[in-house]
Design a protein around this ligand. Structure first.
Ligand code: AMP
Length: 308
């Protein structure tokens, strides 16, 4: 199976209680595609935009992981999207200090013919109208479309966001965003509302408290791995989404049982992402490390109980 990923490819500046990153490579599509590349080899294609300040080494990094960049536009004389965030002491909540859209302000991707036929579509965090436009350019409906978004677009592009959410199969958002989207405090009630807005599946990410997968009346809960040290949570949500859709695209199985496995794989990749600043950890993971971590997840949640 093949996967098309859209989203930001960016520069980030991150501050955590452990230190400051300086200006590093980030972006939703960066994390998504790198995470997905551990499941789907050589069949991931990226659609995004950067300025000519984006380093060639960053693009080569995608190629090393088998990610096609024929859909990555490089705008001469312009600057890449820039995000500056600061995590609070709990490392679960963060404040956005600055968002510079730069090249993203008038990004209007035209998909090359070769990308319009891909099987799976990840609408990573990006201007909702652009997410919708890419979905509409596909020649046929993808086998599965997963969408991620964030509070920034709820604050600045509400109507387009709601229209785009209507069209997708799976929405992944964090707990605070689910509350903002629905006006409901209870995540169960919020999930019920979101499942009437278009998506058939919903993943609510709860940071160090794991993730919930909702579908109809079914709910599945995956914990986050209790880690001794969370160094930088940036990109955890995107890495989760990349692992989730990458696993589904690699297996081609869209049953709820397989979605549960995809949630575990997504959680495993996210657990690596937070160990270091930026994309460092999701760039050079070894298969043995990933396999060992999946075993830790299984061990964490498995128990026997005899009910009389
Ligand atoms: P996450 O920590 O997974 O929620 O995502 C972090 C990434 O999102 C960072 O690498 C940022 O570059 C990117 N990002 C921040 N704000 C936005 C935004 N408004 N739209 C798209 N991507 C963003």
């Amino acid at each position: 199976m093949s996967l098309l990923v859209i989203g930001t490819v960016a520069f980030d500046q991150v501050e955590t209680p452990f230190g400051a990153s300086g200006k590093i490579i980030g972006g939703a599509a960066t994390y998504v595609s790198l995470a997905a590349s551990y499941f789907l080899k050589n069949n991931i294609h990226l659609v995004s935009v950067v300025g000519d300040d984006f380093p060639q080494s960053g693009i080569e990094n995608f190629h090393r992981r088998g990610i096609g960049t024929e859909g990555l536009e490089i705008k001469k004389g312009e600057k890449s999207f820039f995000w500056h965030g600061r995590y609070r002491a709990d490392m679960n909540s963060r404040d956005t200090l600055e968002t510079q859209l730069n090249v993203l302000a008038d990004f209007n991707p035209v998909l090359p013919e070769s990308l319009k036929e891909l099987d799976f579509l990840m609408l990573g965090n990006l201007v909702p109208a652009v997410q919708k436009s890419v979905l509409n350019q596909m020649n046929k409906r993808p086998k599965l479309t997963v969408m991620d978004t964030m509070n920034f677009w709820m604050d600045t592009a509400w109507d387009e966001l709601i229209e785009t959410i209507k069209l997708v199969d799976v929405l992944t958002i964090n707990d605070e965003e689910a509350r903002q989207l629905t006006g409901e405090y209870s995540l169960v009630v919020a999930a019920q509302k979101i499942l009437t807005m278009g998506p058939k599946y919903l993943v609510i990410k709860k940071g160090e408290n794991g993730a919930l997968l909702f579908h109809g009346k079914e709910v599945f809960y995956a914990p986050a791995l209790p880690l001794e040290e969370v160094f930088d949570p940036t990109g955890a949500g995107d890495s989760f989404a990349g692992g989730f859709i990458g696993y589904l695209a690699a297996t081609g199985d869209l049953s709820f049982e397989n979605m549960k496995r995809a949630v575990i794989y997504g959680s495993a990749i996210a657990s690596f992402c937070v160990e270091k600043f930026g994309i460092e950890r999701v760039t050079d993971l070894r298969q043995e490390e990933l396999d060992a971590r999946i075993k830790e997840f299984v061990h964490l949640v498995q128990f026997d109980i005899n009910l009389a």
